[in-house]
Design a protein around this ligand. Structure first.
Ligand code: RIB
Length: 315
């Protein structure tokens, strides 16, 4: 079976809950402070590994206590860390997260996440990647490095998956190097100008993203579920009911699970069902990587519920 190579961010998430956002100049009291391992790249790597995929991380952290802790937790989750470089001169990435009523707002200080350049990722791919592996990335590292890495991974024959988060406009033609693009509502709107809210707008968004070159499009819609489209079908997957505690890592868990299913040869409809189970467990728990379920937990929920997407289009 192929492997997953994730080039992405590693952050220490410093998170606190409060009843509402403070106004400018105001101090309010919060509760439930938690410092825990996060970063979109590392979260997706942990999710893929917990779902059974051999996974390797390419990333940078600072030479500091947070960096050491993030590497150690990633290794404990079963992710290969030979491609994680401690660097001088930058602190480990930090995400300050404010949780209100199960929702969250994040301020990111990328620090060492911006330290790697295209040649570093290329060297890591020389060491780790083989034709047919999956290359997975997001937009929390240096944009130029990330865009170059996507082109290179595609050129090497890797199955290239991009989660363009946090949202930013992509260079023209980049989606032509992308096999699967996974976006949430705002990322979708930023990248193709369509805000996906229902079947019709999801189809319009997928038309636009496939028109720019993506082969498969997945749109996550929070409590409204998810949408997927490839050359032969368009699917709408409802969310499962969940007691929402913290949505921080829901999208990362969904995508990590989807990637592991892809490598296991599971078809898109079942993969969407499994990813929905995985993310519904993640939102019922506090934190980022610590909220990601094991494969055993996902299998159990999947076997109980057997979630199936609705077919909107088939070829
Ligand atoms: O997607 C969730 C992640 O976004 C958090 O873990 C935080 O680190 C931010 O990068």
């Amino acid at each position: 079976m192929g492997r997953v190579i994730v080039f992405g961010s590693m952050n220490m998430d410093l998170t606190v809950e409060c009843d509402r956002m403070p106004r400018a100049g105001e101090t309010i009291e919060g509760r439930g402070f938690l410092s825990n391992a996060g970063g979109k790249g590392a979260n997706q790597a942990v999710a893929a590994a917990r779902m059974g995929a051999e996974t390797h991380m390419v990333a940078a952290v600072g030479r500091d206590a947070f960096g050491d802790e993030l590497i150690s937790q990633l290794a404990d989750a079963g992710v290969g860390c030979a491609g994680v470089c401690p660097v001088d001169g930058s602190a480990t990435g930090i995400a300050t997260i404010i949780r209100t009523s199960g929702d969250n707002r994040i301020i990111l200080s990328p620090g060492a996440n911006h330290a790697l350049v295209a040649a570093d990722v290329s060297a890591a791919l020389d060491d780790l990647a083989e034709y047919g592996d999956v290359f997975l990335t997001q937009l929390e590292c240096d944009p130029e490095t990330t865009f170059a890495a996507i082109r290179e991974a595609h050129g090497r024959g890797l199955y290239t998956i991009v989660n363009p988060a946090p949202a930013q406009v992509l260079p023209e033609g980049l989606l032509g190097c992308v096999d699967l693009v996974c976006v949430n509502e705002t990322e979708c709107h930023t990248i193709c100008g369509v805000l996906p809210t229902d079947d019709e707008t999801c189809l319009a968004a997928s038309d636009a993203l496939m028109g720019q070159g993506a082969t498969t499009v997945v749109v996550t819609l929070g409590s409204h579920g998810a949408f997927a489209r490839d050359a032969s079908q368009a699917l709408a997957m409802p969310a499962l009911p969940a007691e929402v505690v913290d949505t921080t890592c829901a999208g990362d868990t969904f995508l990590g699970s989807l990637v592991a299913s892809h490598l296991a040869g599971i078809d898109l409809a079942e993969a969407m069902g499994r990813a929905t189970c995985a993310s519904s467990i993640a939102v019922s728990r506090l934190g980022a990587q610590r909220s990601i379920p094991s494969l055993v937990e996902v299998d159990r929920l999947f076997d109980d519920v057997r979630p199936r997407p609705r077919t909107i289009l088939s070829a």
